[in-house]
Each structure stands twice: as structure tokens, then as C-alpha cells.
Design a protein around this ligand. Sequence first.
Ligand SMILES: [Zn+2]
Length: 289
Amino acid sequence: MTQQIQYDQLNRFLFESSQVRGEITQLDKSYKQAIASHDYPPIVNQLIGQAMAAASLLSATIKFEGQLILQFQGQGNLRILAAECTSDGKVRAVARYQDMPKKGKLIDLLGKGQAVITLQPEKGEPWQGLVPLEKPDMAKCLEDYFQRSEQLPTHIQLACDGEIAAGFMLQAMPESANNARAADVTTEESDLWNTVVALAATLKKEELLHLPESVILHRLFHEYGVRLFDPKPIQFSCRCSKERLAVSLSAMSETDLDEIQDEKGQIHANCEYCNQTYSFDVTSLKAAK
Ligand SMILES: [Zn+2]
């Protein structure tokens, strides 16, 4: 029986008897839904896909109810590229840009900027980490992030062809017993890490996009014991609501509200993630202040 790709799920795996874990994800419907209501140029669609795949991969490590927000901020043609994934696998993404060229490396499109990762628990304080952008593409920026901020050797591959968005990640875990960092692992562990990364680097973008995850893992790592965990479904879902938007609008001054109302005293506001339009009566917004 031919194996089929199980799209829109996050697959976690672990190398048996070693401190290396990994994730693989291939997004179809969730990616298409995220870009459907926008008219992004192809290059933005591809970057959004990579960011969504990356946010899904990174969400595997969150151990609370809440969300992970991955954001690239810059001062170039691309100003903001953001993707979020909640602990229960809901993804959404957005880009802000102007005069985008047809192609270009992430770092050139963003110009001077930074990658920011925010962990936002439902309850409790958010945690944020950031690194300046110094690597050419998104995967390398994120590897750099983990190396610098958490000293965790990480290998990431991202691919998006405008139809499917896929991501693959390997990470050397800190040894939990004494919390020694991965940099201190034994030579044997370090050899295994270098070997599996070298094998992973042979994975082509086309394969990452179009082969089932079990086939990819078997091809790359059949000589090593890899345990695949139950997958977590990933779906596009926006957490915007009329109430939430009303709260932000109510924070505006009455003069500003007057300026953006239409001739019928209505204010129309779009969610920049899902493009849903919400309409408000300006009188009731003022009354709620
Ligand atoms: Zn929305």
C-alpha cells in the first residue's frame, strides 16, 4: 500500500537512547486557508508558509496552554512577518510589506531587523527572546536563535511552494538530569548529532514537501532507532473577535473615532490575520469608553 502524506499535523519523533528530538510538519489546508483571503504576492505567500511551518515546529516544545508567536521585524520592503501556533495546534499568520520584489533572501527583504519569539501562556506572564537578523534565510535565523538564546544545537529546514508549507527540525536536548547544556554532551552524543544533521541535510525541498513523514524518516534515519509519537493536528484558526476589536477601538480618542467613521456613523475594521471585517456603531464605541 502506498503511504499517503498526512497533511496538517505536527509529527514529533525521538532518537531512541539519545538526546536528539525532531519534528516534521506538512501543511496543506491550514496554509491555504491562511492565505486565501489575502492577495499576497507569491514571495510573501512562500514566506508566510515557511513561517507557519516554523511556528508549528516550535510549538512542539511549549508546555503550557497558550501560544507561540514567531515574528520577523525589519525596516526593508518586508516590515513584519508573523506566524502563531497555539498549544492545541491553531495557526494563523500575517505579513506587512511594501513594494515587494519578486524574489530575495529573507534578510535582504527585511533589512536591518530581528527575529522575536514570544511564548504567551493563557495565564501568566509572556516570555520573549530575540536575536538580530544575521543569517540569510528563515531556517538559518532560527537555528541561530536557538544557538544564541538557549545554546541548543538545532537544525531546521523549511520549504513552501505556494501550495504546501513544510518544516523539519532536529534539536539536541539539554541533558535533563543535571541540566547540562548540549554543548557539554559526550563525544558519542556529539558524533550522533553531527551524523543525523548530515543525513538531514540530504533531504531535498521537493522531498520535504511531497513525501510522507514516515518515508522521510525511514530514508534518512533507518539505521537509527526513531520513535514517532502520536501526531498533533494543525488547523488554521483566527482568535480575533468583535469583542476584542471593540476593546482596541474603544482605546482610541473620540476625535480619531470620528475621523474613521463612515457617513452612517459606522466603523469598519479588518482583522489583519484572517481579513474578516467587523462593523461597529461609533456611538456605542464611545459609550463603552
Ligand atoms: Zn481574524
